[in-house]
Design a protein around this ligand. Structure first.
Ligand code: GTP
Ligand code: MG
Length: 205
């Protein structure tokens, strides 16, 4: 998919104030500082569309961007600062869970995982939460440029093993780098394929 236009639409903390639109929407979520905003800028070839920061916690709002006047891309705040209790109750920031529970236009969530780190409980719990709430998601392993290829492969294999202890199948996954643009075509083509499928379903129905 070629990005012809990318426009900021609105920021807010309330899912009921998100754009009233039927356009399909793709959300980017992950721990604070994992590289969500950088990935959005890389995907759209816009250096400053989404605000990035070396300090975690930069994105505090649900940010909607309109891409090619055809679909919404959503930058969400990191969940790294949310307290996740060890008991049965998982408490991610309320408006993040409300967003995924209520936003009917949300087609696929991209859960970003820093490719350098061992699997973290908070990410595992978040994906479990998505699964329990029947939210479709993919994984994107970020910051691939920070690792040697062998180490990257080892970490991703290790992640898959860990996922397969819980899940029947490994979710669809991508590997990305905001600096080298690794993953740009694959992720955009994946979104494009879903959009095309939705369109043909709509015209058939
Ligand atoms: P919050 O909004 O605070 O939750 O963070 P975020 O997930 O949006 O992360 P952001 O894109 O702001 O990036 C955090 C830091 O990581 C910044 O210093 C980025 O420059 C850096 N970074 C992000 N992606 C990459 C990458 O692919 N490669 C490298 N080398 N650095 C990256
Ligand atoms: Mg951000």
């Amino acid at each position: 998919m070629k990005i012809k236009s990318a426009e900021f639409v609105v920021s807010n903390t309330r899912v009921d104030k998100c754009p009233d639109s039927k356009l399909p929407e793709y959300a980017f979520i992950g721990r604070s500082n994992v590289g969500k905003s950088s990935l959005i800028n890389m995907l759209t070839d816009r250096k400053t569309l989404a605000k990035t920061s070396a300090k975690p916690g930069k994105t505090q709002l649900i940010n909607h961007f309109l891409i090619n006047k055809d679909w919404h891309l959503v930058d969400l705040p990191g969940y790294g600062y949310a307290k996740v209790s060890k008991s049965t109750k998982r408490t991610f920031q309320k408006f993040i869970t409300a967003y995924f529970d209520k936003r009917k236009q949300m087609i696929c969530a991209f859960v970003l995982i820093d490719s350098r780190h061992e699997p973290q409980p908070i990410d595992m719990e978040f994906m479990q939460w998505l699964g329990d709430h029947q939210v479709p998601f993919c994984i994107i392993f970020t910051k691939a440029d920070k690792l040697k290829p062998k180490m990257l492969e080892k970490n991703i294999n290790n992640y898959q093993d860990k996922m397969l202890e819980i899940w029947e199948e490994m979710p669809e996954f991508f590997v990305s780098s905001a600096t080298s643009k690794l993953g740009q075509d694959e992720i955009l083509d994946y979104i494009d394929a879903i959009n095309n499928e939705l369109r043909s379903n709509n015209s058939a129905g």
